[in-house]
Design a protein around this ligand. Structure first.
Ligand SMILES: [Ca+2]
Ligand SMILES: [Ca+2]
Ligand SMILES: [Ca+2]
Length: 444
C-alpha cells in the first residue's frame, strides 16, 4: 500500500440515549448498562446491555464532521439467555447474527439478531479461565470478511500479574480466533500493557480500575484498543478517562503457549496514543464500547462509542453515544467488487451479489454492499460490473488482475458489462425459481 498515513482521531462529542426500547415481541424494556456497540451498515447499529438478555437497535444520524445529529432506539432483541455480555460484533446480512462476549464465562455466543435464538458457543482457551471476577472479556471485534474475531481480558489474569494501580498498569492478553470450517478456533495471543489509573488514589474508595474495554478494527486492518480508567482523587472525587490506542502487532510474541506471563520473557504489542480524555460530561463517563461506523461524505470514517450508565451505582454516567471522526485517510484495501475478499473480482462475487441483491438493510462489504449504505442495490451491481477486469489479452484468454489496486484502472469492455448483467439476471432468476419451488437455497 502506498504512503500509509498515521491514524488521527478527533472526539466529536456525545448524545444522550432514551431509557426504554421495545423488543421483537413489542415488549418494552429498560435500557441500562449499555456495554458494547456494533455497526449493522448504513445508519444502523446494535448495542448490548450487560447482565441481561437484551440488545438495543439504534438509528444514528451524523453531521458532516462526524458529530451526532440524532440517535434513536428503533427496536430491540430479547435473547434466549441472559449473561454478562459486554461486547458485540455483527456478522452480515446473509447470516443476520451477532457474536457476544460473555465477561463471566468467558465465552463467545452467536445469536440470531432477529429472533434472539442462541446458535453457537465458542469456549475460551485455558489461560482465560484464570480471569479475575469482573475483569474478563469486555472486548470483541470481527474483522471484515469474518476471517477472525479478537477479544481480550480487561485486567490481568491471576497467572499473569497484578491489577492496575495509580502507579502501574496491568498486562492483558489479546486473543485472536481464526475462522474454521464450523466455527471459530482460538489462535494467537499477544500481551498488551494497559496504562495505570489516570489520577491518584483516595484511601476511602475501592472501585478504581484501569483496563482494556474494547477492540476495533479499521478497514485497512489496523487494530485499535480502548482503555477505561476510573479513579477517585482527593478525598473522594471520581472521574473517568478513556484512552484510544493504535495497536502494533509487529514483532510481538505469540504468548498462547505461556501458562503465565509473570516473570516470563516476551515482547508485548506496541501501542500509540490516538486520543485520551472525557468521552462525555465534565469528568468523563464510562465509555465501554466502540465500533467503526459509516463513512462521511468527506470520505472520513466515523467511530461510535457507547456509555454504560452503571445502573444506580454510577452517578457520573448516563445512556449515551460518543462520536469520533478518523481525520486521517483510512483506505479499504479490498477491491471494489471483491465481496468474498479473495483478491479477485469474478463469478464467485457475482454469486454473492445475486444472493443478496435487494437487501434493504444490514448489508456489509461481504454481502456485496460496496458503497456502505447497508443495502445491495443497482449501485453495487454497477460497481461490481465496472470492477470486473474482463478483457481479452494478446493470447485471447480472459484474465483477471489479481493485484489491481486502482479500482478505476480497469474499465471493462461493454461486452463484459453485458456479460455480468446477464449472469446476475440468471442468478436472480435462479434464486426466484428456488424460492418459488420452496427448495433449499444453495446460495448465501
Ligand atoms: Ca458494562
Ligand atoms: Ca472475489
Ligand atoms: Ca450499497
Amino acid at each position: 500500500m502506498a504512503c500509509a498515513e498515521p491514524v488521527a482521531v478527533v472526539h466529536r462529542g456525545s448524545a444522550p440515549l432514551p431509557a426504554t426500547a421495545v423488543d421483537q415481541n413489542a415488549a418494552p424494556f429498560n435500557v441500562t448498562g449499555l456495554s458494547g456497540i456494533t455497526h449493522l451498515g448504513g445508519n444502523h447499529f446494535a448495542a448490548v446491555v450487560d447482565n441481561s438478555n437484551k440488545l438495543v437497535h439504534l438509528e444514528v444520524q451524523f453531521a458532516a464532521d462526524g458529530s451526532l445529529a440524532g440517535a434513536t432506539p428503533v427496536g430491540g432483541t430479547t435473547l434466549s439467555q441472559s449473561r454478562d455480555y459486554e461486547a458485540i460484533a455483527y456478522t452480515n446480512a446473509r447470516l443476520k447474527t451477532v457474536w457476544l462476549a460473555d465477561e463471566g464465562g468467558p465465552r463467545l455466543d452467536e445469536f440470531d439478531l432477529k429472533t434472539g435464538e442462541l446458535l453457537r458457543t465458542v469456549a475460551a482457551p485455558s489461560p482465560f479461565g484464570q480471569r479475575r471476577n469482573g475483569f474478563g472479556w469486555e472486548s470483541l471485534v470481527r474483522r471484515a470478511g469474518g476471517g477472525e474475531l479478537w477479544t481480550a481480558n480487561e485486567e490481568a489474569l491471576t497467572v499473569d500479574g497484578g491489577v492496575s494501580s495509580p502507579t502501574s498498569g496491568t498486562t492483558v492478553r489479546l486473543l485472536r480466533y481464526a475462522a474454521g470450517d464450523e466455527s471459530y478456533v482460538a489462535a494467537e495471543q499477544y500481551a498488551y500493557p494497559v496504562e495505570p489509573w489516570h489520577v491518584g488514589d483516595s484511601s476511602l474508595t475501592s472501585a478504581e480500575r484501569s483496563g482494556l474495554v474494547e477492540l476495533v478494527a479499521l478497514p485497512d486492518g489496523k487494530l485499535l484498543a480502548l482503555e477505561r480508567s476510573l479513579a477517585f482523587s482527593g478525598l473522594i472525587s471520581p472521574s473517568f478517562e478513556n484512552r484510544l490506542y493504535e495497536v502494533d502487532l509487529a514483532g510481538a510474541t505469540n504468548v498462547a503457549g505461556m501458562a503465565s506471563l509473570a516473570g516470563a520473557t516476551y515482547t508485548p504489542v506496541g501501542k500509540r496514543l490516538l486520543w485520551s480524555g472525557a468521552a462525555a460530561g465534565a469528568v468523563g463517563m464510562n465509555m465501554e464500547g466502540l465500533t467503526v461506523g459509516p463513512r462521511l461524505a468527506s470520505g472520513n470514517l466515523t467511530l461510535v462509542g457507547i456509555v454504560d450508565d452503571g445502573g444506580a451505582s454510577d452517578p457520573l454516567s448516563a445512556n449515551a453515544l460518543v462520536a469520533f471522526e478518523v481525520t486521517s485517510a483510512v483506505a479499504d484495501p479490498s477491491l471494489v467488487g471483491d465481496a468474498n475478499l479473495d483478491g479477485r473480482v469474478d463469478a464467485a462475487d457475482v454469486a454473492v451479489l445475486a444472493s443478496t441483491y435487494g437487501t434493504s438493510s444490514g448489508a456489509q462489504w461481504e454481502d456485496a454492499d460496496f458503497d456502505g449504505d447497508g443495502q445491495v442495490t443497482l449501485d453495487d451491481l454497477a460497481a461490481l460490473a465496472r470492477a470486473l477486469p474482463v478483457a481479452a489479452n494478446a493470447s485471447g484468454r480472459t484474465t483477471v488482475a489479481a493485484n489491481q489496486t486502482d479500482q478505476h484502472a480497469a474499465t471493462p469492455e461493454p461486452s463484459a458489462v453485458a456479460l455480468i448483467a446477464a449472469a446476475v439476471a440468471m442468478l436472480l432468476a435462479a434464486r426466484w425459481f428456488i424460492r418459488r419451488q420452496k427448495l433449499p437455497r444453495s446460495l448465501g
